[in-house]
Design a protein around this ligand. Sequence first.
Ligand SMILES: [Zn+2]
Ligand SMILES: [Zn+2]
Length: 338
Amino acid sequence: MKGVVFKGNKKLEIKSFPDPTPSDDEVVVEIKASGMCGSDLHTYRSEIPSITIAGHEPCGVIVARGNSIPNHIAPLGARVMVHHYDGCRKCSNCLGGWTQLCDDGSTVFGRTDHGAHAHYMKVPLRTLVELPDSLSFIEGAAISCGTGTAYGAIKRISMQAGSKVAVFGQGPVGLSVTMLGVAMGVEIIAIDIDAGRLKAAGKFGATTLINSSEEDPVLRIKELTRGLGVDYAIECSGNPIASVAAVKSAKKWGTVCLVGIGKSATFDIYNDIIHKQLTLMGSWTFSISGQSDCAKFVAEKQLPIEELFTNKFTLEEAEKAYNLFDTKATGKMVLLPS
Ligand SMILES: [Zn+2]
Ligand SMILES: [Zn+2]
């Protein structure tokens, strides 16, 4: 089979690998869709070459099973996503389905072990998450990181219906927050510097669109909320300016959730956190059951997750795909290995 390996400094190679064979508790997934995530660009741009196959948004069908897997579990042909981490399987985080937080350090598929930018991917049985029948493989890929991360953040802040929520950054994760949030009955104020992304946020149900390259989002949010601020702010861009604006835009007793990974930010702890009784938290992806819940929610509400994708490429076109993705001028992108 072929697999995409990042060679460092924005170079990649489509290399040949032996087709994987599962050990006792593993399955092999034929990858139908492998999403490209913003965090892949960190590895793509890094000077340090990878030795593993990239891609951590895997979705496909089971084509081989280990000997110890009972017949009724994960049958051949089953449509699955992969929770793209593994851990010691014994610590409390692993037992709770949060293998990315494993006390012994986690395996990250697509980073420290082979990922999904390949024809096949071998994974432990316990990482599989069923793909609901009504969802496409592409939608499953989105849920396997980007949209799942949005869902994880929403669950983390226990967002109440009827709230006002400011979503900073309307890339694939932020747009997913917008879409999921609207379906959960909150009012979304979408902030971005890109008119095209804001247009998409409006299409997905955001009631207010703020272009932060043209106006101060904090001032505008205060105007929209009688000077009080929003109930919740979710930061999905990773830009420190947006992180600070998210904290400043939240009301007293409000909650701010940082999701986007970027440079460090400096906050006014006195005025913007302590004296507002602010709850400030981080949210990193989702648990195995969170991924499953997200998929069921998207299926039940028939959310147009596939519309997040602006570009689809074959595995052989990976170089072209990452060149384009690196411009950050697109929406979500996906490789379709088979
Ligand atoms: Zn990701
Ligand atoms: Zn563990």
